[in-house]
Write a protein that binds this ligand. Sequence first.
Ligand SMILES: [Ca+2]
Ligand SMILES: [Ca+2]
Length: 102
Amino acid sequence: MGAPLTELENCMKTMMLIFHKYASGDENQSKLTLSNNELKKLLNEELKTFMKAPTDPAAMKTLMDQMDINGDKEVDFQEFIVMVSSITILCNEYLVSCLKKK
Ligand SMILES: [Ca+2]
Ligand SMILES: [Ca+2]
C-alpha cells in the first residue's frame, strides 16, 4: 500500500487485524473463525470498556448463539463485524443522547 491510510481506513484495518489475531488462536488455523473461548478472550481484552464477556457460561453461550448467524458454532469475520457495528450503533445513540442534553 503506497499512500498512508486515513483514520477510518486504519480503523478498518485494526478490526481485521484484531479478528485475525484472536481467530487464529487455536489449532484450526485454516479456518479463521472465533471459537467460544477465542470470542471470550477477544471481548475481555479488546472490548472491556464497552462490553464485558459474561462470566456465566450459559450467558456466554447465549451471546455466542446470537452472534453466530449461520449456526456453525463459530464466529466468522462477517458475524464479528455485525456485532462490532451493533455495539457501535448503541454507543453512537448514547453519545447523541449525551450531546442533546448539553
Ligand atoms: Ca479459531
Ligand atoms: Ca458462524
